[in-house]
Design a protein around this ligand. Structure first.
Ligand code: COA
Ligand code: AMP
Length: 627
């Protein structure tokens, strides 16, 4: 534990020296003379006078430093039956050209570009092209419906939107362009231009004057050079679900992000330049931003972009095939993907078909890693399986078993220890540290390390209110848990109304907004309840308006379709029940936590603040599925 302990202590007692050293790994156009600007707490800025370009660090520098012919990105798409490899040189050239195309459409430093794409290389190219110009990308996950896309377009106010004609799910082709058109009908903000990648699986109606195809945009585009930006300038905005239906635009800066991500590849993941690293996620999520795109490229690795699923494309051996075929050293995915494989191939028979000799470590994050899944993965893989904990706001791991320092014994169910830079505490309601082994709110002492969100897009006060005001001097993670006698962290789940469905972070608030908009609904609550495969699934409860004359079965179907069409298929809402009333506190707050506890079969105490305990008694059989 010595190496880890020394690094951790140093990162907390002397963060400036610690991150100054880490910043040596980055190519600066102007080296930062100041490491941390702490003059305006609770706002902190890393490397405030440094200048760099993130795309230059991810691509050009590796071309110049001898990796030009090394694969930078391997696109592996079982859903289309294609594979394509880009060397660092080829990816740099493609990105430079698309950056030129964007520049031709008027995109300049500081402008926003929304990217709504399936898992195709052009999505990555578009992200890096924005970085090259100093423009700010905002990627919206393809599984989100038009309404969610519109909300993000209105907040980010992009000059250009980059999208595709379609995404490909195992059972259907998902037409993206009509969803984009619908989103643009719904949004108040109108981007000047839309660039649409036309895929062979579906056409796209291009609106003259506004839309142009990817091919047209690229035609004759001159490669653009890297534009230096301040370390504190935004690289991207990524919207994440909060407690309300209004997502928060997590801002990522350029300098802190590059420094932290590169550091994490070596010390958290134990990966060397030249290695093949595969994050089986989606570029629409933070895991995709950080560990499909930026970190592996900043570190000179080969990254894999996989357009497929863990099962069904074509079978439960898909992940092992990709690992073997591309010589993957470390795979990062969500526990739900492993549970899906386990369900279909409980004995891991598919493994025998593949040569996994170069595969060293499986990393899991995005939701709690339940001990059953952990033990199963260790048994069939016979390699280290590493749980680690982080979130969109942090951008990189906050707790992990650090493979590049000295790895520690694993305790199944714990993501191990705080990563250097993260001064983790577990506090009670008054903000005091709780004794070891006692549950409370997990918080991080300020300043947050580089790479973490410096603010919420266009809303400094929302940043303070959502994350910093509950416990002054600390950042509120939104997770509850405890630290045990050995200093291991145990994350028990969210303390707010955020839920996690198959590794997708969703807001119950946005589902409630959709349900509440139905004319027959007086009020409603959505809670996330435990699910064997997906971790959690949303369940809705509605109270009808007095005199509402509706067939309950029809209403249920209508509400499920509405959530699917307005939030997205990923919400996977399958269950809405009509109930006589919702349990509330005397001040009118719906007791969602109590409902969730009962639905999960816990011996949930009746809160002393409840307005009418008989409401809970009536609801109990419905929550338990015994009505
Ligand atoms: N575009 C459009 N639709 C999408 C989509 C996308 N990018 N991603 C998912 N969807 C749709 C799916 O087609 C599905 O629709 P359906 O209801 O018509 O079947 C729905 O959203 C739910 O998808 P998904 O969450 O993928 O569930 P699933 O039941 O199809 O598969 C798993 C279950 C566990 C195999 C799958 O969720 C999985 O691979 N999870 C890994 C999670 C992950 O990578 N998380 C990222 C954080 S690390
Ligand atoms: P996201 O912002 O989508 O990455 O989701 C972050 C949330 O997922 C965290 O706040 C946690 O609630 C949950 N989470 C992520 N990783 C883990 C983990 N290893 N263990 C438990 N919960 C996790």
């Amino acid at each position: 534990m010595g190496e880890y302990r020394t690094a951790f202590e140093r990162s907390i007692t002397d963060p400036t020296a610690f991150w100054k050293e880490a910043a040596e790994e980055i190519l600066w156009r102007r080296r930062p003379s100041q490491i941390l600007d702490d003059a305006n707490p609770p706002f902190y800025r890393w490397f405030p006078d440094g200048e760099l370009n993130t795309c230059e660090n991810a691509l050009d520098r590796h071309v110049d430093e001898g990796r030009a012919d090394q694969p930078a990105l391997i696109y592996d798409s079982p859903v289309t039956g294609t594979q394509r490899t880009y060397t660092y040189r080829a990816l740099r050239d493609e990105v430079a050209r698309f950056a030129g195309a964007l520049r031709g459409l008027g995109v300049a430093k500081g402008d926003r570009v929304v990217i709504y794409m399936p898992m195709v290389p052009e999505g990555v190219v578009a992200m890096l092209a924005c970085a090259r110009l100093g423009a700010v990308h905002s990627v919206v996950f393809g599984g989100f419906a038009p309404r969610e896309l519109a909300i993000r377009i209105d907040d980010a106010q992009p000059k250009v939107v980059v999208s595709a004609s379609c995404g490909i799910e195992p059972t259907r082709v998902v037409a993206y362009k009509p969803m984009l058109d619908e989103a643009l009908e719904l949004s108040r903000h109108a981007p000047e231009r839309c660039v649409i990648l036309e895929r062979p699986e579906a056409g796209a109606d291009l609106r003259p004057g506004r839309d142009l195809s990817w091919a047209e945009a690229m035609e004759g585009a001159e490669p653009a050079e890297c534009v230096p930006v301040l370390a504190t300038d935004p690289l991207y905005v990524l919207y994440t679900s909060g407690t309300t239906g209004r997502p928060k635009g997590v801002v990522r800066d350029n300098g802190g992000h590059a420094v932290a991500l590169r550091w994490s590849m070596k010390y958290v993941y134990g990966i060397d330049p030249g290695d093949v690293f595969w994050a089986a996620s989606d570029v629409g999520w933070v895991v995709g931003h950080s560990y499909i795109v930026y970190a592996p490229l900043l570190h000179g690795c080969t990254t894999v972009l996989y357009e497929g699923k863990p099962v069904g494309t074509p079978d439960a051996g898909a992940f092992w095939r990709v690992v073997a075929e591309h010589g993957v050293r470390a795979l990062f995915t969500a526990p739900t993907a492993i549970r899906a494989i386990k369900k279909e191939d409980p004995e891991g028979k598919h493994l025998a078909s593949y040569d996994l000799s170069r595969f060293e470590t499986l990393f899991l994050a995005g939701e709690r890693l339940d001990p059953d899944t952990y033990h199963w993965a260790v048994r069939i893989l016979d390699r280290p399986v590493i749980d680690h904990w982080w979130q969109t706001e942090s951008g990189w791991p906050m707790a992990a078993n650090l493979r590049g320092l000295d790895p520690m014994p694993v305790k199944a169910g714990s993501p191990t220890v705080p990563v250097p830079g993260y001064d983790l505490h577990v506090v009670d309601g008054s903000g005091g540290d709780v004794p070891r082994g006692t549950e409370g709110d997990i918080v991080v002492g300020l300043p947050l390390p580089p790479g973490n969100l410096p603010t919420v897009w266009g809303a400094d006060e929302r940043f303070v209110e959502s994350y910093l005001s509950r416990y002054p001097g600390y950042y509120l993670t939104g997770d509850g848990g405890f630290i045990d006698e050995d200093g291991y962290l145990w994350v028990m789940g969210r303390t707010d109304d955020v839920i996690n469905v198959a590794g997708h972070r969703l807001s119950t608030g946005s589902m409630e907004e959709v349900i509440a908009a139905h004319p027959a609904v007086a009020e409603c609550a959505v809670i996330g309840v435990h699910d064997e495969l997906k971790g959690q699934m949303p369940r809705g409860f509605v109270v009808l308006k007095a005199g509402a004359d509706v067939d309950e079965g029809d209403l249920r179907d209508e509400l499920l379709v509405a959530v699917r069409e307005q939030v997205g298929a990923v919400a996977a809402m399958r269950d809405v029940a009509v109930v006589p009333a919702l349990p509330k506190t005397r001040s009118g707050k719906i007791l969602r936590g109590t409902m969730r506890g009962i639905a999960e079969g816990k011996d949930e105490p009746v809160p002393s603040t409840i307005e009418d305990a008989s409401v809970l008694d009536q609801l109990r059989p419905i929550l338990l599925g015994r009505d």
